[in-house]
Design a binder for this molecule. Structure first.
Ligand SMILES: Nc1nc2c(ncn2[C@@H]2O[C@H](COP(=O)(O)OP(=O)(O)OP(=O)(O)O)[C@@H](O)[C@H]2O)c(=O)[nH]1
Ligand SMILES: [Mg+2]
Length: 442
């Protein structure tokens, strides 16, 4: 096996900036930093140093921090160089690092990957960290931080432990059932705990949709017949002329989108082509895209003119997603929120728009009462959790049907699903538990 490379990268943001941080990780971090700044400060104590190239020319002055492994983010020896954030300053220091033996530029996510490989964080926490960096709204930040801090990792680790214990007990019962020094039937307590675990898992998996909406945003599609004011609405929400607005029916063809921060949640609004029967090729494609967007939406705003009884409801009839009925151009028709429950709005006067936004908030996930944000947030989580749940269901069924060996195998599948979720499929753990709980070899 090759020796571990020492990697470096600019870990702070785009240049120029007040301060730039170059991070090094790997066995040569310390010697590399020494070559640049001379003696390295005490661990975890920042000290001011002069950065010099190999000929002794001063490049910059800044702070140096040393985190000896394993007590570092990656678990390896790490050094942070805090420089002035000028492009040329950073380039000069990077040129020096590049020339050093055993050093190379880090790949994307490589520091976190090393942290994961060194057991500093599990996969869900690593994902949380990347979400935290991408977070744009308060709820995204809170969800990502919960994951990055190991909120779901701790939950999965505790479930994994229960599964491993259950499997160990069953294995022992299968292997040593005729020996005296193994406790009698452990099955009853084990299976009742598996039932409890099943319920916890089901409740948790049920929150996946909500978690995904927090992370990815709520998709709201503005749809309706041509000329009803869909593009005017998205422009009003965007507070700029994003979409072309004319009084020619069929103006919008492509889907346009904006993101809005509603109460800390990301909401994506989509403006779509007006829906109608048409022979026009480009418009047909626009309408096809509009209908596809409606099917994939979390919510459709179905816009009709307040003063008109034109319906074209055939386009929403088949929809399985929730629909809010909106009556547009209320300034012309002199209507308020009408009896059919629709929202009368005007993008001319602004009437009704904030009430409409309040109604949309009703479709944002309600995470209160769920004990925080330790909820699944990605499709990957949902898939592995569902697979885990399915295996536990099968195991519970087989446990009563007398197929203890098959039941144990299903529990193993459940463990594997959790292991894939956290990135820690660990077979050794099973053996450890058997021997520590039962002292079989006494
Ligand atoms: N009085 C009044 N006119 C509006 C309002 N909203 C839109 N309009 C007008 O209605 C016409 C059509 O508006 P658009 O926003 O382009 O309508 P659309 O639904 O996007 O139309 P298509 O893209 O063709 O499907 C324009 O002339 C707008 O100025 C409103 O609230 N009040
Ligand atoms: Mg339009």
């Amino acid at each position: 096996m090759n020796a571990i490379d020492t990697i470096y990268a600019l870990s702070s943001g785009a240049l120029p900036s007040g301060v730039a941080v170059i991070r090094l990780s790997g066995p040569a971090s310390r010697t590399a930093a020494e070559a640049l700044v001379g003696p390295i400060p005490e661990p975890r104590i920042a000290a001011l140093r002069s950065f010099r190239d190999s000929s002794g020319t001063l490049l910059d002055r800044g702070l140096v921090l040393h985190f000896p492994g394993p007590a570092s983010f990656t678990g390896e020896d790490c050094v942070e160089l805090h420089l002035h954030g000028g492009r040329a300053t950073v380039a000069a220091v990077v040129t020096c690092l590049k020339a050093m033996e055993g050093l190379r530029q880090a790949d994307a996510g490589e520091f976190s990957r090393r942290a994961f490989q060194n057991g500093k964080l599990d996969l869900t926490a690593a994902e949380g960290l990347s979400d935290l960096i991408a977070a744009q709204t308060e709820m995204q930040r809170r969800l990502a931080l919960e994951h990055a801090e190991g909120g779901v990792a701790a939950l999965y680790a505790s479930w994994s432990k229960r599964l491993t214990f259950a499997r160990a007990m069953i294995e022992a019962e299968l292997d040593f059932a005729d020996e005296d020094d193994v406790p009698g039937s452990v099955s009853e307590t084990i299976w009742s705990d598996m039932k409890v675990l099943r319920q916890e898992l089901a409740d948790h998996t049920q929150m996946a949709r909500a978690g995904e909406v927090v992370r990815d945003g709520l998709k709201v599609v503005i749809a309706g017949a041509p000329n009803v004011g869909k593009s005017s609405l998205i422009n009003y929400l965007a507070r700029r002329e994003l979409a072309i607005v004319t009084d020619v029916p069929g103006t919008t063809r492509d889907i346009l989108t904006i993101d809005i921060d509603l109460d800390g949640y990301v909401v994506h609004f989509y403006d779509t082509a007006g829906l109608r029967e048409t022979e026009e090729l480009v418009e047909i494609e626009g309408i096809r895209r509009a209908q596809k967007a409606m099917q994939h939406a979390d919510l459709v705003l179905w816009v009709r003119e307040a003063g008109s009884d034109k319906d074209s409801g055939e386009f929403v009839k088949e929809l399985t997603v929730p629909v809010i009925a909106v009556r547009s151009k209320a300034d012309l028709a002199d209507v308020n929120n009408v009896a059919d429950g629709s929202f009368a709005i005007s993008t001319r006067s602004g009437q009704g728009v904030s009430e409409l936004l309040d109604a949309i908030k009703g479709y944002l996930p309600d995470l209160a009462g769920h004990g925080g944000l330790a909820v699944p947030s990605r499709e990957r989580h949902r898939e592995e959790l569902t697979s885990c749940l399915r295996s536990i269901d099968e195991a519970l069924q087989k446990s009563t049907a007398g197929g203890l060996e098959i039941a144990a195998e299903y529990l193993r599948q459940a463990s594997l699903a959790l292991g894939r979720l956290t990135g820690q499929v660990d077979i050794e753990a099973l053996l450890d538990v058997i021997f520590s709980e039962f002292c079989v070899g006494k």
